[in-house]
Design a protein around this ligand. Structure first.
Ligand code: SAM
Length: 605
């Protein structure tokens, strides 16, 4: 790994530095305090490939979905309510673009080379199935190879070099030079890749090298094999604002950041631009980490992915047992791996799947018959401090109503002292001086008065970790239930049911499931993680729809339901502000929901 001077200067302009050790290679550290919600750095793609399944939904160049907050601000759609559809390339009929500008950019960088009429047999890449990963690897190799060759040729031109020397570019701009140097320095782990993958890379490299538009590239097949090795352990899934994967990208600057299962930064996308944001306060000399895998997976599953794809053993605090964050995994237990499931189905042993259906049915029965929201809310409000009977197993509804007041908002406020309360409680003390400077918090939106002052207990005290520890301690005292609420398998089932019930418009059921998922997410994810922000918005919408549905069905509306909607809207705003930000569609959606909610409340007065 050779880190060049211009790359170091570029990182320094963002108050970042690289350190190096034997275990991780390079690590990015902060050189100054970073505030939660701040942009740590951005990263330009060296190559992007949209997934085939949704190529028609996103611009294949800038990855924006028309109708999104940023796209609606463009002149093309400013004057009409309905955003115009994406425009399809009239030649290949398979690539879609926002407008002529995106089409031209794509054309100049790669589309002119890969665009062919659909009927043409050349369209098929020899022996490669259009839908599988090989096709994606091939397209990524083509795009990156085209960009790198162009850069190499340009650099060979002396005249150009002299011109560049006489006009030094600003350090904080990610110039092509910086992107290329970062790419050249990335690990490829070729020594660790299994033989079958190396053969696959060789095949792709040969296929790409034979393309007519790459015949005069200075790159050799062996260079392309290295590129493929780098892609595997460095590339990013590109996702939209709903966090659905829509493509893959090579982002050399972002690839400098190491992994942690308890990250302090998150990867977000502004179209095809990758943005790394701080989701916690970060102190000088602290390493900045992102998560390479979904941290809702069990420890075994995460470690497997990290070993197979990234070739390392994770020793982060979540993967160790010597601290409270590490205890989360013991609580979650194990999930059924894809492999176990495949093997079971292959042996015609469907028993497990029937069992899964049973569990879904049991959960739905419980939600429909045994889970009375009003009764539960009254029993487990903060003021009476009641604890579910510890001699009996903890069922889903007791788990949710016991833990929710515990975790929200206290878990949040303990991690962010800038959240202001009204009523009798005082905000928690903070030991961190930088986080006290956080400016954009709930107090600027509306004061956080949940629970209302008359029902509020004094802040229970303790740090974020102490609150989490006491919640986990309490849980371990209950005898095992048939469906253990805090297990990862229960979360997986409830997540599926949450989406099913939303699709079917069963909002009361969706709200209960959403509250359960919120408890789990509050334990698994750091408080300002994008998954929590997205989930809080879904929960706020479900709870609001549930109120409307109740009204339509002539049911009596309870004040606690309105308080619930208010709480989820406020927390969603808080979380979205720090993650997706004010330019995002999510921010617009949460403001719209708040506006409708407040208007409705005023009408009822
Ligand atoms: C995207 S790169 C990160 C930057 C890398 N350290 C470098 O110097 O280029 C991914 C590789 O970094 C290493 N890595 C990342 N996170 C790690 C961690 N938590 N522990 C050990 N190695 C890690 C692994 O070798 C992994 O394949």
């Amino acid at each position: 790994m050779s880190t060049t001077e211009s790359l170091r200067k570029y990182l320094a302009s963002y108050q970042l530095a690289l350190i190096e050790d034997k275990e991780k290679g390079r690590s990015v550290i902060a050189t100054a305090p970073l505030e939660r919600g701040s942009i740590i750095t951005t990263s330009q793609p060296l190559g992007t490939v949209p997934l085939k399944a949704n190529r028609h939904e996103f611009c294949n160049y800038c990855f924006r979905k028309l109708g999104s907050a940023t796209a609606t601000a463009t002149a093309a759609v400013q004057y009409s309510n309905a955003p115009p559809p994406l425009q399809r390339c009239s030649r290949c009929k398979s690539a879609y673009f926002c407008d002529m500008a995106c089409f031209k950019n794509a054309w100049l960088s790669y589309h002119q080379f890969v665009c062919r009429p659909p009927s043409n047999d050349n369209d098929k890449n020899d022996n490669l199935d259009d839908e599988d990963d090989s096709q994606l690897d091939l397209e990524m190799t083509e795009r990156v190879a085209l960009n790198v060759s162009r850069f190499m040729k340009r650099n060979q031109s002396k005249e150009q070099q002299q011109q560049e020397e006489s006009q030094p570019e600003p350090n904080d701009e990610e110039t092509v030079q910086v992107t290329m140097e970062a790419f050249a320095s990335l690990m490829d782990h070729l020594d660790n890749h299994p033989r079958y993958l190396l053969d696959h890379y060789q095949f792709i490299a040969k296929t790409v090298r034979e393309k007519p538009y790459l015949c005069d590239t200075p790159l050799q097949e062996k260079d392309l094999v290295k590129f493929l090795g780098r892609f595997k352990c460095n590339n990013f899934a590109i996702y939209d604002e709903q966090l659905f994967t829509i493509g893959e990208g090579t982002y050399p600057i972002a690839s400098l950041f190491n992994h942690s299962c308890r990250p302090n930064a998150a990867v977000l996308f502004d179209g095809s631009l990758l943005v790394i944001k701080a989701i916690d306060t970060i102190e000088p000399n602290e390493e900045i980490t992102i998560a390479y895998v979904d941290i809702a997976h069990s420890r075994t599953e995460r470690q497997k992915i990290l070993r197979d794809k990234y070739f390392f053993k994770c020793t982060c605090e979540r993967c160790r047992d010597d601290n409270i964050i590490g205890r989360i995994d013991a609580m979650l237990g194990e999930e059924e791996s894809d492999w176990d499931r495949a093997e079971r189905l292959l042996n015609n042993n469907n028993h497990g799947d029937n069992k899964k259906q049973d569990i879904s049915q049991q959960i739905m029965d419980l939600i429909n018959n045994d889970w009375d929201l009003l009764e539960m809310t009254k029993t487990y409000n903060r003021r009476n401090g009641k604890i579910p009977d510890q001699s009996k197993p903890l069922s889903l509804q007791y788990y949710v109503h016991f833990l929710l007041p515990f975790l929200t908002p206290y878990l949040w406020s303990a991690s962010n002292p800038a959240i202001q309360f009204v009523g009798t409680r005082s905000p928690p003390n903070s030991s961190s001086s930088s986080s006290a400077n956080s400016s954009a918090t709930l107090k600027h939106l509306t004061e956080f008065d949940d629970p209302p002052a008359h029902a509020a207990l004094p802040y229970p005290g303790g740090s974020y970790r102490e609150i989490l520890e006491s919640a986990i301690d309490q849980l371990s005292t209950y005898p095992p239930a048939d469906i253990i609420p805090f297990r990862i398998t229960t979360l997986a089932t409830c997540t599926r049911l949450f989406f099913d019930t939303m699709m079917e418009g069963q909002w009361r059921q969706a709200t209960k499931l959403g509250m359960y998922i919120l408890v789990q997410y509050s334990i698994i994810y750091p408080p300002y993680h994008p998954m929590l922000a997205q989930h809080l918005l879904l929960l706020a919408k479900s709870a609001w729809n549930s109120i409307i549905q109740n009204e339509i069905q002539g049911r009596k509306l309870e004040t606690f339901q309105e308080r619930g909607v208010r709480r989820w809207i406020l927390l969603a705003k808080e979380a979205i502000l720090y993650t997706f930000g004010k330019q995002s569609t999510m921010w617009r959606e949460v403001l719209e929901l708040e506006w409708i909610f407040i208007r409705d409340q005023n009408l009822k007065k």
